[in-house]
Write a protein that binds this ligand. Structure first.
Ligand code: SF4
Length: 400
């Protein structure tokens, strides 16, 4: 690979607050649910395995960047490089330690459990408050073999959990006695970490049996969540992965934001499925809602942030002016572009006769911060599962 290309990509990832290490190959863990199975929707380079020389460059560049109070650097480049479990890199732990030693910055990382428990626990004690360790447990139950045939053993995962390092453990409903059984075990081993739960979402390239397992998990989510609430473990209990729940729990915020946009009845506004349902129930005919499915990701995905300009283009039909949520073009690079790399400017050239306006209030702060505030299991049970209105919400048909 041309080293100029590589170094430019490293610089770009660093600019977006990533620590761009690479395994130099596709992730060998090959999880059946991996969202990187097909990342062809975004342009990436085949980065070689990170060498000591690359690392010295990366660290020097990071050291030059200012430290911001609430900013954590993500281990792994994931915009222009392929996402992998970087603790499989033989030097990852040494470099992580060097990052913590030689900068005053925070770090955030996700792993299915390859971090060495003794070393990561020691680092967590040495650098309190600087490590956000999100452990992707996924499941400790029978489905583990199928979903993660090459993943770390349950015993290894429990060893990592048994210490001060893990900030949050994520795991999912995959049927009866899955998420609730895992919550019990994890909480017993680690009563401090956040339990971050929900369902895995089938995307178009996830195989049928895996997608079916994910959908079974969704059918049992309420039952599983009720059990966990009843067991009342001491951990913080969060539920975030289901957009239909997030949209419902935050309906007041969504409506307030929509009202503040002061749209006219005849205006067309791009919305994802669950926002369409909310607006259809509570703001019927206050504007014209252009439902745009997440065609690029496909499957059951339903998320405004992950809409692409191509998704929007497929649904345009005769409208002369359309409002677009800011969040679909709010890329960390600062350039207005979607997750597939298409810029807003480029998109506008596809439709020279149409006009587009941006809804600036529908932005990343709203989707990443505000909409997370209510994502607790307790809220899900009380305001979703036990709320008779949600039946009506679920039945709102999406336009074809
Ligand atoms: S470990 Fe992570 S990146 Fe690797 S296959 Fe599994 S989910 Fe994908």
């Amino acid at each position: 690979m041309d080293s100029e290309v590589l170094y430019n990509v490293l610089r770009q990832e660093i600019k977006e607050r990533k620590i761009p290490l690479s395994l130099g190959k596709t992730c060998p863990v090959k999880c059946a649910f991996c969202y990187e199975k097909d990342h062809s929707y975004r342009p990436t380079i085949d980065a070689p395995m990170t060498t000591q020389e690359h690392w010295e460059f990366i660290l020097r560049e990071i050291q030059k960047a200012p430290t911001r109070e609430n900013e954590a650097w993500l281990l792994g480049g994931n915009e222009y490089m392929e996402w992998t479990d970087l603790f499989l890199h033989p030097k990852a732990m040494d470099w992580l330690e060097e990052f913590l030693d030689t900068t005053d910055k925070k770090v955030m990382f996700f792993t299915v459990g390859y971090a060495r428990p003794d070393r990561i626990n020691r680092l967590a004690l040495k650098y309190p408050g600087r490590i956000d360790f999100e452990l992707s447990v996924i499941t400790l139950g029978d489905a583990r073999k199928k979903l993660m045939p090459h993943g770390p053993s349950v015993q290894q995962v429990l060893q990592i959990l048994d210490g001060p390092s893990v900030t949050s453990a994520n795991f999912y409903s995959l049927g009866p006695d899955t998420m609730s059984a895992d919550a019990k075990i994890i909480s017993r081993v680690n009563p401090r970490c956040v339990l971050w739960m929900g369902c895995l979402t089938p995307l178009k390239y996830i195989d049928e049996p895996t997608s079916e397992l994910m959908r079974t998990g969704r059918r049992y989510l309420a039952q599983e969540a009720e059990k966990i609430l009843e067991a009342a473990p001491p951990n913080m209990l969060q539920l975030h992965t289901e957009s239909y729940i997030t949209a419902w729990l935050n309906r007041k915020k969504i409506l307030k934001t929509f009202d503040a946009c002061e749209l006219e009845k005849q205006d067309w506004v791009v919305v994802s499925g669950n926002v369409y349902r909310i607006l259809n129930m509570f703001r019927r005919n206050r504007a014209r809602y252009l439902y745009v499915p997440n065609a690029a990701l496909g499957g059951d995905s339903d998320c405004t942030t992950l809409l692409t300009f191509e998704d929007v283009a497929k649904r345009l039909n005769g409208q002369s002016m359309v409002y677009l949520p800011k969040v679909i073009m709010e890329h960390p690079s600062g350039v207005e572009r979607d997750i597939a790399g298409v810029t807003f400017e480029e998109f506008k050239t596809w439709f020279p006769r149409k006009r587009f306006r941006v809804l600036h209030r529908v932005n990343t702060t709203l989707s990443n911060t505000k909409l997370y505030e209510k994502g607790y299991v307790k809220n899900y049970i009380e305001d979703y599962v036990r709320n008779p209105l949600t039946k009506k919400y679920e039945q709102v048909a999406l336009p074809t």
